[in-house]
Ligand binder design. Structure first.
Ligand code: ADP
Ligand code: MG
Length: 254
């Protein structure tokens, strides 16, 4: 089956266990949302999937279409189709958006295949227009001096350009005003595809008004403690996370 399957995953940082035997499967074509209180390990999960070197994997597997990717370097995972949009995107001084994205797209092409410049720019401008990113941004250094909203739009632009198989978006809604949120959500919705699985990490329900997920999961203390449909997000919005914490001891619905 075409899916990103997380099996009994445990991970720690500096010896502190953060992810505890977590299970989650995101099939191609599905959009899953992970919600949960701050500090529950949502960003850690995303970074472990992407291959961040600071995290120690203590057990379990992350299978992409059946292949365990945990042994692969971050760039190999990316080339295989894993994409992650960071909660706090980094600045890359001296590297323009145009060159950065071009390198990212080129790196994903089969060996010996050259990205054609006019074709590349046509696609870049099309996606930039869709995300309402001014053309002048192509010659600006990645994220340097960008507002929160501009950074998030550039993360989505990157996703649009590399066309990943599985995309993980970590709090792409944070720091966005309502207009920017709608633009980002439209961009993400345009990238929904039967061939692509998406994992949206969000603390608030607001984003899910615009990107309606197929499944919602609640993460508390490094585990998925509840899973449901899109209505679960509304229930959380109404009741808060304390209600879930009180019931966290109950077995999660797989
Ligand atoms: P969330 O994204 O759900 O808010 P995080 O994954 O960022 O949660 O953090 C989970 C826990 O891991 C927190 O207790 C946090 O303090 C800890 N943690 C995350 N990153 C680091 C780090 N680089 N060094 C030490 N502790 C960390
Ligand atoms: Mg986080």
């Amino acid at each position: 089956m075409q899916q990103l399957e997380i099996k009994n995953l445990s991970a720690a940082i500096g010896g502190n266990p953060i992810i505890r035997e977590l299970n989650l499967s995101v099939a191609a074509g599905e959009v899953h949302a992970i919600m949960g209180p701050n500090g529950s390990g949502k960003s850690t999960l995303a970074k472990v999937i992407a291959g961040h070197p600071d995290y120690e994997v203590g057990g379990g597997e992350v299978l992409m279409d059946g292949e365990n990717i945990l042994e692969l370097e971050p760039d190999e995972r990316a080339r295989k189709g894993i994409f992650m949009a960071f909660q706090y995107p980094s600045e890359v001084p001296g590297v323009t958006i145009a060159n950065f994205l071009r390198a990212a797209v080129q790196a994903r092409l089969p060996e010996g295949e050259e990205l054609e410049a006019t074709e590349y720019y046509a696609r870049l401008y099309e996606k930039m227009d869709q995300l309402e990113i001014p053309r002048a941004f192509t010659s600006r250094a990645v994220n340097e001096g960008f507002s929160g909203g501009e950074k998030k739009r550039c993360e989505i632009l990157q996703m649009a350009m590399v066309e990943p198989r599985y995309a993980i978006l970590d709090e792409t809604d944070s720091g966005l005003d309502i207009d920017a949120l709608k633009i980002v959500a439209n961009g993400v919705n345009a990238l929904r595809s039967p061939a692509r699985g998406m994992l949206l990490i969000t603390h608030y329900q607001r984003l899910l008004n615009y990107i309606v997920p197929d499944f919602v999961h609640v993460m508390v203390q490094g585990r998925i403690v509840r899973s449901g449909g899109k209505d679960l997000a509304l229930e959380l919005e109404e009741k808060g996370y304390d209600w879930i914490r009180e019931h966290a001891a109950e077995p999660a619905i797989a």
